[in-house]
Design a protein around this ligand. Structure first.
Ligand SMILES: [Ca+2]
Ligand SMILES: [Ca+2]
Length: 77
């Protein structure tokens, strides 16, 4: 497992009801705080494209891949 500690903190922040999975509505609500408005539909599409096991929810491993991809884009800084 890569960088479990730091990602787990972010993951727990996103996982509002603490069931260990981030649903599209949780993602939309939490990211909405930072990005102004993230439409439910966009959140659903994001989850769909990141979801590795097809249960329609994001697990910690899905979030780790998302963060790693985002981190690579920021490497310029
Ligand atoms: Ca949840
Ligand atoms: Ca999943």
């Amino acid at each position: 497992m890569v960088g479990a500690g730091e990602f787990e903190v972010i993951f727990r922040h996103l996982d509002e009801n603490g069931d260990g999975k981030v649903s599209p509505s949780e993602l939309s609500r939490r990211l909405g705080l930072f990005q102004g408005e993230l439409l439910m539909k966009e959140a659903e599409l994001a989850v769909e494209s990141l979801d590795s096991d097809g249960d329609g929810l994001l697990g910690l491993e899905d979030l780790v891949r998302l963060m790693e991809a985002a981190g690579r884009r920021r490497e310029v800084a």
